[in-house]
Design a protein around this ligand. Structure first.
Ligand code: HEC
Length: 108
């Protein structure tokens, strides 16, 4: 959860909806990771996407020192996103990159 908040949320949002400052500026935009389009992908496909990225889009490949075991945990967290609680969302805000949080406050 903390890892997603730090590395993924700037584009995908803490709840995975993709409606973020960076996400809105990207084409294609980050999809809502909670929806079937993403959730129907296999664990292996999600893992592959995290490690390799999606070429010609904003989705980066997270290469070493990003560790494979962390990518599997991120897969589990993506599975959890549709059930994310408000408490978890608030907890994640502590781990969001600070500059982004300040930006969002300034530009909202
Ligand atoms: C710089 C912005 C950015 C960051 C940071 C980022 N993503 Fe993405 N991500 C995207 C975009 C844009 C797409 C959509 C690409 C496309 O349409 O093919 C995407 C797509 C994905 C997908 C595929 C969803 C689908 O339904 O096809 C997964 C899974 C994903 N990201 C996971 C992650 C994880 C996990 C992290 C953090 C380790 C992360 N992303 C970090 C921008 C980002």
């Amino acid at each position: 959860m903390a890892h997603f908040a730090d590395h993924c949320a700037p584009c995908h949002g803490n709840d995975g909806n993709g409606d973020t400052l960076y996400g809105r500026g990207l084409y294609p935009k980050p999809p809502d990771l909670r929806l079937a389009e993403t959730q129907k992908l296999s664990d292996g496909e999600l893992y592959w996407i995290i490690g390799n990225g999606i070429r010609f889009t904003g989705m980066p490949g997270f290469v070493p020192p990003h560790r494979p075991q962390d990518d599997w945990k991120l897969v589990l967290f993506i599975r959890h996103l549709p059930q994310l609680t408000m408490e978890e969302r608030v907890e994640m805000e502590r781990d969001n990159p600070k500059s982004l949080r300040e930006h969002e406050k300034d530009y909202r």
